[in-house]
Design a protein around this ligand. Structure first.
Ligand code: N01
Length: 537
């Protein structure tokens, strides 16, 4: 076959998305000798880190853990500068990976996949894009991200607002200068908590419209010291093994004690120690039952509320910022740099939408039941249609033309969060009901990509052309995932973990709570048993 013929030949696999998942999937499938096409709606690689360019955007998993483990050379040559890397540094890292492994040549940028239909006769996925391209591949890997479809708030009158409106997850590449402006921010999740202190630096007046307060703990971010980087680099293999063998993809000794076995003075001491870690797991990992027992959870929640009272001078404002009736950890907790302290500044105002609901947006601001707030610009930090949004955004059709959206109309149905009955040769990287967003994403991404790659290698070696999850395996997996979820407090919170942030979305716990290590063993066993729960031909 000539080079030009080969270039135009249909790929073996189509990967959707060129973020951390899609890039690694491309790399691994190339390693199998497969022809791969990747489609990416952005103009370059990076996914989450390409789109979320808002000031203050930063990962809240430590940089030396939030990085690929597949290449020891890459690990050694890249040096992270901060405990928690900021978006520009992570994006530079992803760009470096794309260059180092020559990945861009198989990626078509500025192109969104609109349809993916399975041709049962040919056993191929037919994919169409918004640029009019049609291409087919035996395998379709959706590496579309868990938090990639941004969700603007439904606000009456928004079309009348005269000033600029920006969503944190679609922040313009050239940046936005809000110096001296009156800025309103809607949303106080991870994105809001990061962007608010930064906007307070620029804005003349900053008004934060808060519907539900969230738990946030200080990140204690800092530059990494040379000696700690060197120590980690000297034992990266050991660290990676520990990551894979951990609950969340971030190694730590699991707590064994119940919070209920300790008196309040011991709680204080234990939580102070966790607090000083400056990590998501410092407090939540202090006791074994914080995410399973309401009373145990309350001891941690009250400790964090007391810290909010320490950090915010005005007691009334501190109370408004304090979550109540929401178990800590069940709505994604946040790490911050100066978030609560921002409300001590004269020009920063907190509007509690629970007591004074937002009634409409006007041409010049936002009106609540109490008054109008005049604004020059609006920032939405209102989150995402998580886990299923990016998959539902593509018209995916499996056997008999069944639409994935329809199959998932009462909640996503998957086997292992990786595959769907009735949708042969389709894989979803970090899909719903896998550990995904409850873990260090990159650890879970690598695990899925490697499992998919091994599966395709197995199929190639046996001359197989089709793999499909059985309905029974899917049902059993979903029952197991639901049962594991019900043993925790997660279902209690209205959060994007349960789809509660999108009106009309079925309420289902969207991630698997069993942990990274147990889940990995489960997937390995499935593979070792000849892909049990799948039919292969
Ligand atoms: O989104 P969110 P996010 N009127 O859904 C509010 C990851 N992430 O972009 O809670 C008024 O958490 C909404 O209020 P309520 C991380 O996994 C990681 O902040 O629905 N308010 C809430 O306060 C994170 O969890 C990092 O009542 C409205 C906020 O908007 C996930 O992404 C950084 C509203 C949305 O919070 C999503 O975080 C950033 C309305 N109509 C993100 N609609 C790091 O690694 C929504 N809200 C640090």
């Amino acid at each position: 076959m000539s080079v030009s013929e080969r270039d135009h030949a249909e790929p073996d696999a189509i990967v959707v998305g060129a973020g951390l998942a899609g890039l690694y999937q491309l790399y691994r499938l190339r390693g199998l000798g497969l022809r791969v096409r990747v489609f990416e709606s952005g103009s370059d690689v990076g996914g989450t880190w390409y789109w979320n360019r808002y000031p203050g955007a930063r990962c809240d998993v430590e940089s030396m853990s939030y990085s690929y483990s597949f290449s020891p050379e890459l690990e050694q040559e890249w040096t992270w500068t901060e405990k928690y890397a900021a978006q520009p540094e992570i994006l530079r890292y992803v760009e470096h990976v794309a260059e180092r492994f020559d990945l861009r040549r198989d990626i078509t940028f500025d192109t969104r996949v609109t349809d993916a239909h399975y041709d049962e006769h040919a056993r191929r996925w037919l994919v169409r894009t918004d640029t009019g391209e049609a291409v087919s591949g035996r395998f379709l890997v959706m590496a579309t991200g868990c938090l990639s479809v941004s969700k603007p708030p439904e606000l009456p009158g928004i079309e009348r607002f005269a000033g600029p409106v920006h969503h944190t997850a679609r922040w313009p590449r050239e940046g936005v200068d809000l110096t001296g402006r009156r800025v309103g921010v809607i949303g106080t999740g991870s994105s809001g908590i990061q962007v608010i202190p930064e906007l307070a630096e620029q804005a003349a007046e900053l008004t934060v419209f808060q519907r539900t307060p969230n738990f946030s703990m200080p990140a204690f971010n800092r530059p990494l010291r040379e000696d700690e980087v060197a120590a980690r680099k000297a034992d990266y293999r050991g660290w990676r093994a520990a990551q894979r063998d951990s609950y969340s993809g971030v190694p730590r000794e699991p707590a064994e004690r119940s919070a209920l076995d300790d008196p309040p003075a011991r709680h204080e001491e234990t939580y102070r120690r966790g607090w000083r870690e400056g990590s998501l797991f410092g407090i939540l990992g202090s006791y074994a039952d914080i995410l399973t027992d309401r009373a145990a959870n309350e001891t941690a929640a009250e400790f964090v509320r007391a810290r909010i009272r320490d950090r915010v001078h005005d007691p009334e404002t501190a109370e408004k910022l304090s979550p109540r009736g929401l178990p800590i950890g069940t709505k994604r907790p946040c790490l911050d740099t100066g978030y609560y302290e921002t409300f001590n500044r004269e020009h920063v105002h907190l509007v509690d939408l629970r007591t004074t609901p937002l009634t409409e947006v006007t041409g010049t601001g936002v009106r609540t039941s109490r008054r109008e707030h005049e604004l020059d610009a609006l920032v939405f930090a209102t989150g995402f249609d998580a886990m299923t949004g990016a998959l539902d955004a593509v018209d995916i059709r499996g056997r008999n033309g069944l639409a994935l959206r329809e199959y998932w109309s009462s909640g996503p149905r998957t086997y292992l969060g990786l595959a769907v009955a009735g949708f042969p040769n389709l894989f979803t990287v970090t899909g719903p009901t896998s550990p995904s967003v409850l873990s260090n994403m990159i650890v879970s991404i690598e695990q899925h990509v490697e499992w998919i790659t091994d599966c395709l290698a197995h199929m190639n070696s046996k001359g197989l052309t089709e793999i499909e999850a059985t309905e029974r395996a899917e049902r059993e997996w979903l029952d197991h995932a639901a049962e594991a979820g019900e043993a925790t407090l997660y279902p209690e919170a209205d959060s994007w973990y349960t789809g509660a942030n999108v009106p009309g979305k079925p309420r289902v716990l969207l991630a698997y709570v069993g942990g990274v290590a147990a889940y990995r063993r489960w997937c390995e066993q499935v593979a070792n048993n000849g892909y049990s729960g799948f039919s292969l031909e």
